[in-house]
Design a protein around this ligand. Structure first.
Ligand code: CTP
Ligand code: MG
Length: 564
């Protein structure tokens, strides 16, 4: 949507014809993105700011409840039972250590009525912590149901399909562009998963509110920036801005009362003390919260735990407003052009398939770093697909001004002020050139900066230097070692080479339901690629025809179910 608008704005400026402009935008979508349902959806819905999305989702979450159900719950009976408290707006079932239902009521009174009626569990041999939450269990003391197939709940998937299935699915597509959009469709967060993320934040807020009734807990990072994959972690931010004293306005004259508050040495000490207490509460009282770790000495202190009912790995931080800003920035870039999201998803998935990224902390390149690398690459196209952060700052109005801990986090929030240039490169071309770009990037001398949109001299020694967009003296990829960077570069070389071979980029012609030979993007996601990289030096001397032959051989073998 944003992209078509941007193209529209561009053409309207030049020719002034709305009709032509709309036709151009439509052609743009068809040519570059294919008949993509996601893009069509975006086009229909129009642009919403991250702030507006968060407000709406938070409000929905506060009217919602999470219920653990039996595996063959009769859906009709279940809904009838709950509707006694009021209208249900939306509900869905999913599986995570059992079956759960998310139920959103039309208003809070209905929810209050339901909670009023819920019973305290009886205990005989053990004791219980008397903390009530909106996580409930459905009990049935009546005669056992024998529900017919139609009335048994259908579960919404909350995890993405395995990589082998994805490879098969992509192999059936007819162009690399379609493969890329298909990958995004499969991996992106669903509407239900997004709701569940906000509900978990809201449940956690109920715990934190015991101490801080004015607080909110907001998701940030990939849960909301548009680049989240089903199964990604849930980054949360405990927002106490309303009572931090940061924006407090003092009366100019007369009497006034103020709260007496304990003082601490630094903001960091305040954050640590708040997270320590909340972490303790989550550990002691939070139903379904397990494996709670307080990691308070990290650069950004956090409480990490698993929320079993949702299956989310959660990171709770406080006073992390810069990360909130970078989430907003990524969200804006994603909205500017659909190619941003498709390319980020593809590169993230490709990196994960080859162990370039990992869920375990270490010297790996992070998803956030990869995203910034994709954005930088798109800024370096000719003409650029997205503007630099400095340009977005220059377009900002007075209301957009934001300085956090001395860092200038200002950038424009009004999309209409952003004029995009007319770049119509296909996703296939962009993917190929992304690999080419980083296969030959001067990592030894240069730093990546989306603020400037140009490579900068490295300010410090580090194998990979990616400037933090807002805390500009920091390197986002400080943790990455030489080995990991070399693996990334080698994989880029290999992938760029593969995409140039006609054997790789020609559709295999598989039919729906039938196994087809991996081709195009599917080839790039195959683990055999890694072996290819290890043997790269040796294979360099082989004639190209030999290389292609052995590669095709390996693809055939992987495609045979018994051998894979
Ligand atoms: N962040 C940051 N600087 C870093 C690391 C992270 O500003 N060095 C911010 C980014 O806004 C990022 C968010 O913190 O999106 C969450 O970090 P992380 O969970 O590592 O990345 P995600 O983007 O959420 O990606 P993933 O799906 O891997 O969780
Ligand atoms: Mg994350």
């Amino acid at each position: 949507m944003a992209s078509s608008l941007a193209v529209c704005r561009l053409h309207m400026k030049g020719r002034g014809s709305l009709l032509k402009c709309l036709q151009k935008a439509d052609t743009f979508f068809r040519r570059n993105i294919g008949t993509n349902a996601v893009a069509a959806q975006e086009e229909k819905e129009g642009f919403k700011s991250l702030y507006a999305v968060q407000e709406e989702r938070q409000e929905q979450a506060e009217r919602s409840v999470l219920i653990s159900c039996q595996s063959r719950t009769n859906e009709k009976k279940f809904l009838k039972y709950l509707s006694r408290h009021g209208d249900i707006n939306k509900y869905f079932f999913y599986e995570s250590y059992g079956i759960y239902a998310v139920v959103e009521f039309s208003n809070r009174e209905s929810l209050a009525s339901l909670l009023e009626e819920a019973a305290i569990p009886g205990v005989s041999h053990e004791s219980m912590l008397p903390f009530k939450s909106r996580l409930l269990s459905l009990r049935n003391l009546g005669s056992a149901d024998s529900p017919n197939q139609q009335s048994v709940q259908q579960c919404q998937p909350q995890t993405s399909i395995p990589i082998n299935e994805l490879i098969q699915r992509l192999s059936r597509e007819e162009s690399i562009d379609q493969q890329i959009t298909s990958l995004t469709d499969v991996y992106q967060l669903t509407e239900e998963n997004s709701r569940l993320r906000f509900l978990v934040c809201s449940l956690l807020k109920d715990i934190a509110a015991a101490y801080f009734p004015e607080c909110t807990i907001k998701p940030f990072g990939s849960s909301v920036n548009g680049f989240g994959k089903l199964g990604c972690d849930l980054d949360m931010f405990l927002d106490l801005d309303g009572i931090s004293g940061r924006n407090a306005k003092m009366p100019k004259s007369g009497l006034w009362l103020e709260y007496q508050m304990k003082r601490a040495n630094s903001e960091r000490a305040v954050t640590q003390s708040i997270l320590s207490v909340i972490g303790e509460c989550v550990d002691q009282f939070g139903p379904g919260c397990v494996g709670v770790q307080k990691i308070l000495n990290a650069r950004c202190p956090l409480v990490r735990f698993a929320h079993q009912p949702s299956g989310f790995q959660c990171d709770l931080t406080a006073n992390n407003r810069v990360a909130m800003k970078s989430t907003e920035l990524l969200y804006l870039y994603r909205e500017l052009d659909p190619r941003v999201r498709h390319l980020v998803f593809t590169v993230r998935c490709w990196a994960r398939a080859h162990g370039i990224t990992s869920s375990i902390p270490g010297a790996w390149i992070s998803n956030f770093s990869l995203t910034v690398m994709v954005l930088f690459f798109l800024q370096r196209r000719s003409p650029p697909i997205i503007p630099t952060l400095d340009h977005l700052r220059d377009l900002a109005g007075p209301a957009d001004k934001s300085v956090i801990e001395g860092n200038d986090c200002t950038f424009v929030s009004d999309f209409n002020k952003i004029q995009l240039q007319s770049n119509t490169e296909t996703l296939e071309k962009l993917l190929r050139e992304f690999f080419e770009f980083y296969a030959t990037f001067a990592f030894n001398r240069m730093s990546i900066s989306i603020r400037k949109g140009k490579e900068q001299n490295k300010p410090e020694v580090a194998p990979l230097h990616i400037q933090n967009p807002f805390e500009t003296s920091l390197n986002v990829s400080k943790n990455v070692n030489v080995t990991q960077l070399e693996r990334f570069v080698a994989l880029c070389q290999e992938s760029s080479w593969l995409l140039q071979q006609s054997e790789t980029n020609t559709p295999s012609g598989g039919k729906e339901g039938k196994a087809s030979t991996p081709w195009g993007l599917a080839t790039l996601l195959m683990p055999t690629q890694v072996a290819g990289i290890k043997g790269r030096k040796k294979r360099k001397r082989e004639p190209a025809s030999e290389r292609i032959k052995s590669l095709l051989e390996s693809l055939k073998n992987t495609n045979q179910p018994n051998k894979s």
